[in-house]
Design a protein around this ligand. Structure first.
Ligand SMILES: CC(C)(COP(=O)(O)OP(=O)(O)OC[C@H]1O[C@@H](n2cnc3c(N)ncnc32)[C@H](O)[C@@H]1OP(=O)(O)O)[C@@H](O)C(=O)NCCC(=O)NCCS
Length: 153
C-alpha cells in the first residue's frame, strides 16, 4: 500500500501542512471543494484483512453521484451506466472518506457525474490520498420509472 509509507510530500493548503503522495492524481482536492458525502467504513464493510470491499465503495459512489444528479433533475433519478470506475488505492476500516461529485455532462434526460473519493487515513488529515475515481450516468425518471426530460436550469 503505497500511501502509508514513504514518498510523501508536504502540501501547503490554507496554512495547514498535509502530506500526500507525489503523483498528481493523489493531490488533495482544493480546500474550497465541498464534499457531497463523508463516511467511515466499519469492520462489517471489510474483509478479514481490514480492506474495504470494492462493492461497498461502489455503492457509496453511486449515492454520492446521485446527489447532484437528483438536484439537477429536480426529482428522482436512476443510475443507467457506470462509465468508468478506478480503485486507485485501497480503503481501510477507519479511513474517513470524502466524496466529491460534479456534473460533467447534461443531455435530454441524462446527467453524467464525475465522482472522486479521498481518504483521510485513520481519520487523520496528516495523510490524505485519492482512492477512487468514477464516472456515472443518471437518467431523470418519473413516478412510473420512465425517463423524463430534464427541467430547464
Ligand atoms: C433509466 C431508464 C428508465 C432509461 O430508459 P431507456 O429507455 O433505457 O432510455 P434511453 O435509452 O432513451 O436513454 C436515456 C438517456 O440515458 C442515456 N444512456 C442510456 N444508456 C447509456 C449508457 N450505457 N451510457 C451512458 N448514457 C446512457 C441515453 O443517451 C439517454 O440520454 P439523453 O436523453 O440525455 O440523450 C431505463 O434504462 C432503466 O429503468 N434502467 C434501470 C435503472 C436502474 O434500475 N438502475 C439501478 C441499477 S440496479
Amino acid at each position: 500500500m503505497a500511501g502509508r509509507a514513504g514518498g510523501l510530500t508536504p502540501l501547503a493548503t490554507s496554512g495547514t501542512t498535509i502530506l500526500a503522495n507525489q503523483t498528481s492524481s493523489n493531490i488533495l482536492p482544493p480546500p474550497e471543494r465541498h464534499a457531497v458525502l463523508r463516511v467511515m467504513p466499519q469492520p462489517s464493510d471489510a474483509n478479514i484483512h481490514g480492506d474495504v470491499f470494492g462493492g461497498w465503495i461502489m455503492a457509496q459512489v453511486d449515492i454520492a453521484g446521485s446527489i447532484p444528479a437528483t438536484r439537477r433533475a429536480a426529482g428522482r433519478v436512476a443510475t443507467v451506466a457506470v462509465n468508468s470506475f478506478t480503485f486507485k488505492q485501497p480503503v481501510f476500516v477507519g479511513d474517513l472518506l470524502s466524496f466529491y461529485a460534479e456534473i460533467i455532462k447534461v443531455g435530454t434526460t441524462s446527467i453524467t457525474i464525475s465522482v472522486e473519493v479521498y481518504a483521510e487515513r485513520q481519520r487523520l488529515e496528516v495523510e490524505v490520498v485519492k482512492v477512487t475515481e468514477a464516472i456515472l450516468t443518471y437518467v431523470a425518471t418519473d413516478d412510473k420509472r420512465q425517463r423524463r426530460p430534464l427541467p430547464p436550469v
